[in-house]
Design a protein around this ligand. Structure first.
Ligand code: FEO
Length: 397
């Protein structure tokens, strides 16, 4: 059943209450998600985005209850990733000649995914589509938010920005608007979404926000493609994106480690103790990479002013869980984080040295050479880790 956004704009997408893993198995979605599709019924009827392919049949079963399919005059695909374009093949079987508005890269992505040659109408920033009743759709390219093809669509008069992935949250809710959902879950999912999906493109986020400001478009509602729509205090999510895009950090330190026989874990806890002794205010997050959710760890690191990675030496390397986290940290390119590495070893101790070296290589500022410890830490070794934690806290203040 559709839900009204404003005037003749309706939400016709899918709430996926079950979803727990996304992007294959790469991303955790503890609170499910939604695949938002929007129907605009002015003199022209326009569908903006569809739903993920597994829900295509359901989408196509329910859409005719909202609009006679033959009345759809245009389809807009803001982003061709299949969580938004997945139902287009089934849809276009009913609308073979209807124009599909998307970016130039969108044409390439849609052709690449579906190998179909629909009636593509590639658009650029500033191009407009008249939909009658004095209203227009204006297109705004937004490359890398979150794919090269992404664009926003702005509806004049109603002042709605359909922003696709940007400003989204993986949050299943049957309440359409952000002000109606649990605020803790909303913001937790919004920042997790930014940290794990949008962060690599922070420079482009910053410039897109400036461009939007310079376009001086009145925006009453932001309708993303995942989660709830922003209609009250929308400056809060825009301001949050401006903060997150510019070397965001809170007074928080994250320690992430893996351990084989408990020595690196003991070091982690001793370092945490030292940090707390030196700084009673800083928020500490300590994660075992074997136990914690990777994306939650990454969100904590994104929120932190500094982080420590710990691993025992294993086959002259760090443990695979820590190596995988480093690879992801490389890709996410968080800005303005200080870091260091620690770990235990039994023979030659390459693991911690390697961690420090990779942290530097991928652009994180190592405050020192970190700390390593041979064999299980003794009381004296743990005292040395506590002292290291104290010094680390002072160095990153
Ligand atoms: Fe929600 Fe980039 O797809």
């Amino acid at each position: 059943m559709s839900k009204k956004i404003k005037n003749n704009v309706y939400s016709v997408g899918k709430v996926d209450w079950e979803l727990r893993r996304f992007h294959g198995d790469e991303l955790s979605t503890h609170h499910g998600s939604t695949y938002n599709s929007y129907l605009i019924k002015e003199q022209k009827t326009v569908l903006i985005d569809t739903v993920w392919a597994p829900f295509s049949a359901e989408f196509m079963r329910e859409l005719p209850a909202e609009v006679e399919l033959s009345r759809i005059d245009a389809v807009v695909i803001n982003h061709a990733e299949i969580d938004h374009s997945g139902a287009i093949v089934d849809l276009m079987q009913h609308l073979p000649d209807v124009p599909v508005y998307c970016s130039h890269n969108g044409v390439k992505s849609l052709r690449g995914h579906f190998h179909k040659d629909w009636n593509f109408k590639p658009v650029r920033t500033g191009d407009r589509l008249d939909i009658g009743n004095g209203k227009q759709l204006m297109f705004i390219e937004a490359p890398m938010l979150h794919w090269p093809d992404t664009m926003f669509t702005y509806l004049t008069q109603d002042n709605i920005l359909f922003s696709n992935d940007a400003f989204g949250q993986h949050l299943a809710t049957d309440k359409i608007f952000a002000d109606l959902v649990d605020q803790h879950s909303l913001w937790k999912e919004a920042i997790k979404y930014y940290a794990n999906i949008i962060a690599p493109w922070s420079k482009l986020v910053d410039s897109k926000l400036r461009e939007l400001k310079s376009l001086d478009l009145p925006i009453d509602i932001i309708c993303p493609s995942h989660g709830a729509c922003w209609r009250k205090d929308i400056h809060k999510i825009i301001d949050a994106y401006a903060l997150w895009a510019n070397g965001y950090r809170e007074d928080r330190i994250t320690i992430a480690y893996d351990s084989m026989w408990g020595a690196t874990r003991a070091m982690a806890e001793a370092i945490a103790k030292g940090i707390r002794e030196a700084d009673s205010e800083v928020v500490l997050a300590v994660h075992s990479l074997a136990k914690s959710d990777k994306n939650d760890v990454m969100t904590d690191i994104f929120r932190s002013k500094a982080f420590l990675l710990g691993s025992p030496s294993h086959n002259k390397c760090a443990l695979a869980s820590v190596g995988a986290l480093l690879e992801e940290l490389r890709g996410l390119s968080f800005q303005g984080k200080k870091a260091a590495a620690f770990g235990s070893y039994g023979w030659s101790g390459e693991g911690q040295v390697r961690l420090n070296s990779i942290l530097k290589e991928i652009g994180y500022e190592c405050v020192d050479d970190g700390i390593r410890n041979m064999w299980q830490p003794s009381d004296a070794d743990l005292a040395r880790c506590v002292e290291y934690g104290r010094k680390f806290a002072l160095k990153v203040q």
